[in-house]
Structures are given as structure tokens and as C-alpha cells.
Design a protein around this ligand. Structure first.
Ligand code: PEP
Length: 233
């Protein structure tokens, strides 16, 4: 079955020239469906069949210096937008902000890729993690049609520092599958992705899980050879 692989480039690469080169190196015909999320400043300069953004604001116009609105993203043909990434939550993004962003995106017909798993710890068992996810998702999805939201389960401790092969800590596919089942059944979410140090060697384990609908690779999405392998597994 075709799964959804969302490339989160984070604050990379440094120039538009390199970003174009990176996008051009991703194969267009692949087993799974791929989405590329470049930095906002490069969105208009990149040609890729499915574009995503890494963040947005919840208002569409006004005195909000430095923000990027859902309506602007829509005008750039952006179809997906990450919200609630742990790297944003670490800088102070609250669940209320995540909820407002997801709502504003849905109003523009852009699919939010809502990241949860911030605040989880490596030693926690499935029940403790579901408790944290429940609290987060109750706030993040408040008043929204959850069936239109993609949730990415990203245990914060599994997210790499950029090198997708360096980490020794990844969530097991079985744990990720249990969390995906919980998220779908409890909240009526349509699709659940897994993210956290995904690389070409561990990706298949997640893709083989029936309730994991795709992946959100960061570091591995910056290496075309790895990303092309992942989207063809
Ligand atoms: C991410 O970007 O959300 C992520 C999980 O990064 P990485 O794959 O590098 O851990």
C-alpha cells in the first residue's frame, strides 16, 4: 500500500541553489507518495509535485512581523504544513497555538501534519505515553475535524541531531504501531505517521505496520540517496 513520506528539511540547506538541487535529486516516480517541506523562504523557488511548509501563523493578515500565513502558503500551492514540531514546542509553542494553526490551515484546505510526542521520555511505557498523547491531542485537535488532520507520532527523545545513522535511540515499530492505533481510535484521526531518526535501514519496520500510514524523516531527507531508498521501500 502507498504510504506518505514527508521530508522535513528543517533549517537546511543554506542556499536556494542547493535547495533546488536537493529537490531535483528526489525521484518523482516512487512506490510511496513523497512531500517535501523546505524552509519557508525557498517554497516559491522549488519545483516539486507536493510541497509542504514547516510552520505557519494562525492569522492570515495584519501586524504580525515575521509570520507566514496559511493563505500565503495556499498561494504557493502548499498542500501540507507541519505544526507542533517538538523543535517549535521547545521554543515555547503551546497546544493552544498548535490548535489555532491547525484550524487556520484547514480553513485554507491545507492538511496539517500535527506532531505529538513532545514531553515523552525514553523509559516510559505505552500507557504512560498514551496519557501524554491524550492530553496533547485533546488540546491540539479541539473543535477540529480530526479526520482531515495527519498526526505524526514523534517521541521527542528519538529525534536525531541531523545524522540519521548516528542515533541509538529509536521507538520500536511495535510501540509506534500501538500509538498509531490509539491516536486513530481515540481521536478519529485519518492518518498517522512515525518520525524520529528514520533511515533507510529502519524505515521498513514502520512502513510494514498496518496503522502507520507513513513517515516524517528529518536528517535522512537531506540525503537524496537515503530519501529515495525510503520512498521506494
Ligand atoms: C523530524 O524532522 O521531525 C525528525 C523526526 O527528524 P529526524 O528524522 O532527523 O529524527
Amino acid at each position: 500500500m502507498k504510504k506518505l513520506i514527508v521530508a522535513n528539511w528543517k533549517l537546511n540547506p543554506p542556499t536556494l541553489k542547493e535547495a533546488k538541487k536537493l529537490a531535483a535529486a528526489i525521484v518523482r516516480k516512487s512506490k510511496h507518495v513523497s512531500v517535501v517541506c523546505p524552509p519557508a523562504g525557498f517554497l516559491s523557488g522549488i519545483s516539486f509535485p507536493r510541497l509542504g511548509a514547516q510552520d505557519c501563523f494562525w492569522e492570515n493578515r495584519g501586524a504580525y512581523t515575521g509570520q507566514v500565513s496559511p493563505v500565503q502558503l495556499k498561494s504557493l500551492k502548499v498542500k501540507y504544513c507541519i505544526v507542533g514540531h517538538s523543535e517549535k514546542r521547545l521554543l515555547g509553542e503551546t497546544d493552544e497555538m498548535v490548535n489555532a494553526k491547525a484550524r487556520a490551515l484547514l480553513e485554507q484546505g491545507i492538511t496539517p501534519v500535527l506532531c505529538v510526542g513532545f514531553g515523552t521520555k525514553v523509559e516510559q511505557d505505552d500507557l504512560e505515553v498514551t496519557d501524554i498523547l491524550k492530553t496533547q491531542l485533546e488540546m491540539d485537535l479541539k473543535g477540529l475535524d480530526a479526520s482531515k488532520v495527519i498526526v505524526a507520532y514523534e517521541p521527542v527523545w528519538a529525534i536525531s541531531n541531523g545524522d540519521p545513522l548516528a542515533t541509538s535511540k529509536v521507538a520500536s515499530p511495535e510501540h509506534a504501531e500501538k500509538m498509531a492505533i490509539f491516536i486513530k481510535h481515540r481521536f478519529g484521526v485519518g492518518k498517522v505517521l512515525y518520525g524520529g531518526s528514520v533511515n533507510p535501514y529502519n524505515a521498513k519496520g514502520y512502513l510494514d505496520q498496518p496503522n502507520i500510514d507513513g513517515l516524517l524523516p528529518g536528517g535522512a531527507s537531506l540525503i537524496p540517496k537515503y530519501f529515495n531508498q525510503i520512498i521506494n521501500l
